[in-house]
Design a protein around this ligand. Structure first.
Ligand SMILES: Nc1ncnc2c1ncn2[C@@H]1O[C@H](COP(=O)(O)OP(=O)(O)O)[C@@H](O)[C@H]1O
Ligand SMILES: [Mg+2]
Length: 266
């Protein structure tokens, strides 16, 4: 397929154009647009209620937008369910909730979509193969666990998050969307999850990271965009902005005038 380029001649993987979402009388998103490149980590920031999660649910097929369109490599796509998004290679990392604590790691990675073996026309789950593939996949992502037979409930928060990311990327994901993946983690585990995100990027995966932690955004993202009250507010390559500027965007302020006005108050 012909690659679709942005204005800087970079290949665009996923694009949202003018996405609007109403929940009854509430307008959660209004004409929001976003572009994600292959191998790019895009940070999405915004205050509580800004519409970040709603946008990600639209991108991952969990909810249907009221208006606007999605394009994957330049082709319009329509999702009726997360399964459709999964088929397109778009995965959302859900936190612990999506993992089954009382089941081993390898089963969690392949839960509900185990590699099968065809026996007399029936698909039989091939546990040995699932175990081997899971081990290889975790190795590829440098995720360390004692054994893929370990139950998820015996893992630390960071390891569980890593397993959730492994699950999301087990089937050639092109786009991985993460909504606050480090929010519930101990500080020493945060770095490991962020390094894992960098590794996805090295594999050419496009990552969208929602985070309110500036340390995370500035460690791992290539670009950051802010949503304010359901609309695009500002965006920038990370190298051309600062933490203070991004924090200002979250609060709905831009540029020096806002900082000066703030200084005058104090
Ligand atoms: N299922 C829903 N039904 C009604 N309102 C919703 C629903 N989901 C989100 N909203 C509203 O949409 C707005 C954006 O929410 P959300 O996308 O969760 O924001 P964020 O993730 O940035 O905190 C909020 O006003 C929220 O209350
Ligand atoms: Mg949210």
């Amino acid at each position: 397929m012909q690659a679709v380029m942005n204005s800087c001649n970079e290949p665009v993987l996923l694009e949202a154009r003018g996405i609007t979402k109403h929940f009854g009388a509430v307008t959660a998103l209004e004409e929001v647009s976003l572009q994600l490149l292959a191998g790019e980590v895009l940070g999405v920031v915004g205050d509580n209620g800004a519409g970040k999660s709603t946008l990600m649910k639209v991108l991952s097929g969990l909810i249907r937008p009221s208006g606007g369109e999605l394009l994957f490599q330049g082709q319009p796509i329509y999702f009726h369910s997360p399964r459709d998004a999964h088929r397109a290679g778009i995965e959302m990392v859900y936190q612990d909730l999506a993992l089954a604590g009382n089941m081993p790691i390898f089963e969690n990675i392949y839960l509900g979509r185990e590699p099968g073996r065809n026996v007399a026309g029936l698909t039989v789950v091939d546990r040995a193969k699932a175990r081997r593939l899971a081990t290889e996949h975790l190795d590829r992502l440098h995720i360390q666990v004692t054994s893929v037979d370990q139950n998820v409930e015996d893992l630390s928060g960071g390891q569980r998050q890593a397993v959730a990311i492994a699950r999301a990327t087990a089937f050639d994901a092109r786009v991985v969307i993460m909504d606050e993946p480090t929010a519930a983690l101990a500080i020493k585990e945060v770095g490991k999850v962020l390094d894992l995100i960098k590794r996805l990027k090295d594999h050419g995966v496009g990552v969208i990271l929602i985070s309110h932690r500036m340390d995370d955004v500035f460690y791992v993202c290539d670009r950051v965009m802010a949503i304010f009250r359901g609309r695009n507010f500002a965006e920038s390559p990370l190298k051309d902005t600062t933490r203070n500027e991004v924090i200002g965007w979250i609060m709905g302020t831009k540029g020096h005038s806002a900082a000066l006005a703030h200084d005058k108050v104090h």
